[in-house]
Design a binder for this molecule. Sequence first.
Ligand SMILES: Nc1nc2c(c(=O)[nH]1)N[C@H]1C(S)=C(S)[C@@H](COP(=O)(O)O)O[C@H]1N2
Ligand SMILES: [Mo]
Length: 593
Amino acid sequence: MPAWAAALTGLVAGAVALGVAQIVAGLIDPGAAPVVAVGGTMVDATPAGLKEWAIRTFGSNDKPVLLGGIVVVLALVAAGLGLLARRRRAYGTLGLAVFGLVGAAAALSRPDAGVAHVLPSLVGAAAGAWTLSRLTRRAMSSGEEDYVAASRAADHAAAGRVLAVPAPAERTTAARARAERAGAERARVAGVGEESGAAESGLAAPAAPPPSPSPVMPAVMRAGAGPGAGPDSGPYVFDRRRLLTGAAAGVAVAGVAGFGGWLLKGSKDAELARRGVARMLPRAGRPAAPIPAGADLRIPGLSPFVTPNAEFYRVDTALVVPSVDPARWTLKIHGLVDRPVELTFADLLKRPLMEADVTLTCVSNEVGGPYIGNARWLGARLADVLREAGIRREADMLLSVSQDGWTCGTPVDVVMDGRDALLAVAMNGEVLPEAHGFPVRQVVPGLYGYVSATKWVTEIRATRFDRDEGYWTPRGWAPRGPIKTQSRIDLPHDGDEVTAGRTTAAGVAWAQHRGVDAVEVRVDGGAWRQARLADTPGLDTWRQWSLDLDLTPGRHTISVRATDATGYTQTSDEAPPAPDGATGFHTIAVTAR
Ligand SMILES: Nc1nc2c(c(=O)[nH]1)N[C@H]1C(S)=C(S)[C@@H](COP(=O)(O)O)O[C@H]1N2
Ligand SMILES: [Mo]
């Protein structure tokens, strides 16, 4: 088989393996798909620096980029396996088996894995191995099959002649013997003749010349009967057409299976459950006051005060969004507590629910970056739940765990100090979106998400900072992450051309749970000028600001800084996001014409 054809068989086998794995994963759990499982394992094993680079470089595309990269590597490996299988079919099977095992091991090692999670990889690898051998045979055995068919036809013709033409007994016998000799010879050449009557009769094989050969016969005879012909190099010829039709069928199977898996995943019950929850979601016992009309300056290009759910930033380590059935969801509260409890979703909804406007922020947000959003959350007070469980005095950390095994260490004193730390079930009047933690997530005002905002939360262990650590801490991030006072310019944009004269600058500033007291803007390093501040419903949200600037023609830089309600003005010292949040002024450059 030519190299390209061997590579193609490998590629198609790989595609079938992935497609089949995908549909099996669709039936079990999308997270058990081998690419996703291997990707997740890689995410967890990636050094913090590399991960930061990926987030910086690819932004919210980091997941598709990683998955795409894995698929490209797999495609290369699959093509390589096809080439190896050309030498020995067993190599291909062995290679696929190894990949199946790697996928299965990765799937099994995921924190939310069950034994069934090995199935997508194993079934996929088996389907791939089968495809590889099927395709190889299809591409290479046509000569053998044609030859055997031709021989049979010749035999039948000979036998038919014998039967059809009544003749004297000795002629009949002679004709039969000749036909049998010819059959035995062909059978020997084709390597299929042991059970034929001619072989048993012990006649010398080459007594008669073979009948008129089919067009492929010379090649077959050369390949099959030549010296040194190994067991694998039977009487094969390469049939491109049969390979290509087989490959097309394989690609179709892979596509249909992959698409089916995707559909299954999409229609998974979490979405249905979300709709069910929407009907049973109670109203807040303590509704928040309406957001003041003056909280949103409604300047085009300025971040709206309330971030729509669909536009809310998303940061997590989950390659596929965990789908959690609220009917089976429980929250286990244990560790340093006197009365461990396990709450069901119904238990949680029976508690008094309250609303709170809280701005979430990611510690990996660069100065001026997009990983911040504000929402109205509905949930149960976390402090009450912990108090009922009898949280002990020595506990200073809540180690929360998500459905997919991510962990987060939150200071107990922060949660218990009266702020609106919630086990949230709704976001902006909507059931929590799956990507934002359905059915239940933590929201703690004033702490970066990595130490507070556990999505898909299933467990809270009261523990100690000197005993435990959350997911990001061993990866180079601080154990505690209070949000730093910060501000951002939303308009104009860095690099914009603006008309000379009057230009409006506007943006947001935040210092959650301290509150923003002032925002100042300066042009070209000049004097700081007070910006106009929008209203705010409380201390836990960002605050819009705006200021009209007079810009002379030419290039200008614009900087912003915020002062929080403790009197602290954000520092000009520039620090990267790691280990505990970026600092420095957001500064942009524009050209006025
Ligand atoms: N289960 C889980 N929860 C998580 C994370 C995660 O990786 N897994 N990331 C956290 C981080 S770093 C942030 S900034 C917030 C982001 O919440 P959002 O995606 O709803 O905006 O979720 C937090 N909760
Ligand atoms: Mo984050």
